[in-house]
Design a protein around this ligand. Sequence first.
Ligand SMILES: [Cu+2]
Length: 231
Amino acid sequence: MQSIRKRWQFRTAAAAAGVLVWIVAAPAVQAQVSGRVTVTDAGGKPAGDVGNAVIYLEGRGPRGAAVKVEMTLDGRSFNPRVIVVPVGSTVTFPNRDPFNHNVFSLSDPNGFDLGLYGRGESGDHRFRHPGLVRVYCNIHPRMSGFIVVRDNAYYAQPGADGSYAIANVAPGTYVLHVWHERASEATLEITVPLGGLTGQDVALDASGYQAAAHKNKYGQEYGSGATRERY
Ligand SMILES: [Cu+2]
């Protein structure tokens, strides 16, 4: 009787250990989705800034851990010009130029206005909602930056050659999105098997792109007398 019970306990322990091994091994089956993005400008020219595209999977997935990242203001530019962050992340905008900037966005529901501040000063904003945030400066109409805020951890930016890889994707069906500031967003339904998915190449056409002026933070043209801010 005693020995039967002991054997039974041993088998239970072995089964538990087996489950443990399975749990530890499970993340290994999460695979990557990879491919290459191309962006074509006017005249069939490959865009030099394909690395500023954002690729993400729409669908169920774990939320990425919130981060704190910098988008500096220098040379009248946002640097980096494009970032992608999980919901709840904070972006700081330190001013490295020897003159004032006023960072703002009218992209609801992520709109904000950091007011005017000078060299060595900084402002920040926490992004609570998924979506594309267009960031501008109320002094310099040509300054623009883009923040893509995502509700899951399945996103990437390509390298300079356009190649990308999204890591640790659970098997399932998703809509793959490819965004670039000068092209219409491309979408593609994909089913990711256990082993992952390679060769997800997406071509974006930016050949018809025309730069359009945006409004200032008051919703008016830049330089209209009543709303102009001083340097
Ligand atoms: Cu500015």
